[in-house]
Ligand binder design. Structure first.
Ligand code: PLP
Length: 374
């Protein structure tokens, strides 16, 4: 069958038997009326710990809550300054505001789209923040991740890592989520490890932080009706946990197919005005996103051609954080070298999802090439 369209993402490529196994599990939970908490949540947290290498994993309601739990757990409070990248998803910025702290946006490197050590150092020295949120975007990470961690530690900056997009990614051979002071992820269905609804998790090797996160996400409970902290309800549901637990059994195959898609684009879209960007040499990416850069003046025309060919695409993200309409009221300061702004105008994301077929990839490559050769 010839291909006539390729979606940007689709969530419906499951392994044989996945749906049946999940539904059988749902029936079991239903019959036991295990809707919140219970053994399925503990089983998921144990599997996540084994896979990520983090000693403690705490499931929660979503990836935004995970960041807020991490910020609160490390002690970020009202009026504390927190550095965030100027290129990220808005939830990173929002989380800082939601815990009462003040965000400072710090520009990214134009080539890696992530923080580099030099700009991070400049921000720490200039603003003396209490904390920083390093974001691992596109399923990659900054090549300077380890150096940024060290600099933060030396300068008493509490470093939270927003790993909503980097489940399975490694830097210098180390699992990001397994080695951070405290890191978070999102299980939004479109993530590499997606749930059947909203969910998230916090990862740490520090027992004290883990206990605080767990307490905060369960109404600050120290006993059923005893509240040692003011937290909120950010518990993970049991159906989501079951879905994630089954998904984890297939995560290696899913990541393999995503990474193969990214490599396919990189190998087959050379020598064009469009440059497929892959992660730096010391970063093993997870294939969350296929990222390409194009001269902003040429992007609209390419998007038109993709639309005509029924190929879905993304522009992740189309605007820097400091330029969002809601940012003004909360932005305490910024380092803006124009890079996040440039990336937001130059980036284009090609279709990438688990089990995308070779025919689909070939269709995309053919249409992109046709666009430039026409
Ligand atoms: C970088 C980043 N941070 C935070 C989030 C928030 O996660 P959630 O949508 O699960 O709240 C996302 C999800 O899209 C994300 O991509």
């Amino acid at each position: 069958m010839s291909i006539e369209s390729v979606p940007f993402i689709t969530l419906n490529r499951f392994e044989n038997g996945f749906k049946e196994n999940f539904l059988t599990g749902v029936e079991g939970l239903f019959d036991k009326t295990q809707f919140v908490g219970g053994p399925i949540v503990s089983e998921l947290e144990k599997k996540l710990s084994e896979k990520s290498g983090a000693k403690y994993v705490i499931g929660c309601a979503n990836g935004t809550d995970a960041i807020q739990l991490a910020l609160r757990a490390v002690g970020v409070d009202k009026n504390d300054s927190v550095l965030v990248p100027d290129m990220t998803f808005w939830a990173t910025f929002e989380s800082v505001v939601n815990v009462g702290a003040d965000p400072i946006t710090v520009d990214v490197n134009r080539d890696t789209c992530h923080w580099d050590l030099e700009t991070f150092k400049e921000a720490v020295d200039k603003f003396k923040p209490k904390a920083a949120i390093m974001v691992h975007l596109y399923g990659w990470a900054s090549p300077d991740t380890m150096a940024i961690r060290s600099y933060a530690k030396e300068n008493n900056v509490l470093l939270i890592e927003d790993g909503a997009q980097c489940f399975g990614t490694t830097v210098d051979g180390e699992s990001i989520l397994g080695t951070a002071l405290i890191s978070t992820t999102s299980f939004y269905p479109a993530k590499v490890l997606g749930a059947s609804g909203d969910a998230g998790a916090v990862f740490t090797n520090d027992e004290g932080l883990a206990n605080t996160v767990r307490t905060l996400g369960n109404h600050g409970r120290t006993s059923h009706y005893g509240h040692g902290l003011v937290g909120w309800n950010s518990r993970i549901g049991s159906y989501e946990s079951l879905f994630l637990s089954h998904s984890l059994d297939h995560i290696d195959e899913r990541l393999k197919s995503r990474k193969a898609a990214v490599n396919f684009y990189a190998e087959n879209l050379k020598d064009l005005p469009l440059k497929v960007v892959t992660s730096s040499d010391n970063v093993e990416e997870n294939g969350y996103c296929a990222v390409a850069m194009i001269d902003p003046d040429l992007r609209d025309a390419l998007m038109e051609s993709l639309k005509k060919a029924n190929i879905g695409f993304g522009t992740i993200y189309p605007g820097a954080m400091s330029k969002q309409p809601a940012a003004d009221k909360y932005l305490k300061n910024k380092i803006d070298n124009g890079n996040a702004d440039y990336v937001s105008k130059a980036v284009i994301n090609l279709p990438c999802f688990a089990y995308i077929t070779t025919s689909e990839l070939e269709y995309v490559v053919t249409k992109v090439k046709e666009h430039f050769n026409a």
